[in-house]
Design a protein around this ligand. Structure first.
Ligand code: 5GP
Ligand code: ZN
Length: 119
């Protein structure tokens, strides 16, 4: 998808501050961070949202989830196998949730206390 921002980042056409990469997944820092750690984890293949990816390729969805946890460990948000201090994973679907890029991405947030419920 040449008109998709995140596909263009995967293609190297737009710079990304990459923190983790596998053959199928890319993780990079959000340009407008909402917490000390704010990383976006995406499948390199274009899928428009969580439901679309879940329907199309459950193994890739699992890869994306594993990468989100690996980023949290790498960023010191938890130890591997532990839960302290903690992190949050968010994915927005649709306009009411505030989705602004139609390429599935998990937000990995941490490094401060995170309020609940979210806004
Ligand atoms: P959404 O609003 O769809 O849940 O999340 C999209 C995220 O992409 C936002 O947090 C926004 O800051 C981030 N974003 C938008 N454009 C860019 C960009 O060019 N580079 C990076 N690294 N993040 C971006
Ligand atoms: Zn895309």
């Amino acid at each position: 998808m040449t008109d998709c921002l995140f596909c263009r980042m995967v293609a190297g056409e737009i710079p990304a501050d990459v923190v983790h990469e596998t053959d199928r997944v890319l993780a990079f820092r959000d340009i407008n961070p909402q917490a000390p750690t704010h990383v976006l984890v995406i499948p390199k293949e274009h899928h428009r949202n969580l439901g679309a990816l879940a329907a199309a390729d459950g193994e890739l969805l699992a890869d994306v989830a594993r990468a989100a946890h690996a980023v949290a460990v790498q960023e010191g948000l938890v130890t591997d196998g532990g839960i302290e201090p903690g992190y949050r994973v968010v994915t927005n679907t649709g306009p009411q949730a505030g989705q602004s890029v139609d390429h599935l991405h998990l937000h990995v947030l941490g490094g401060r206390g995170l309020g609940w419920p979210p806004g």
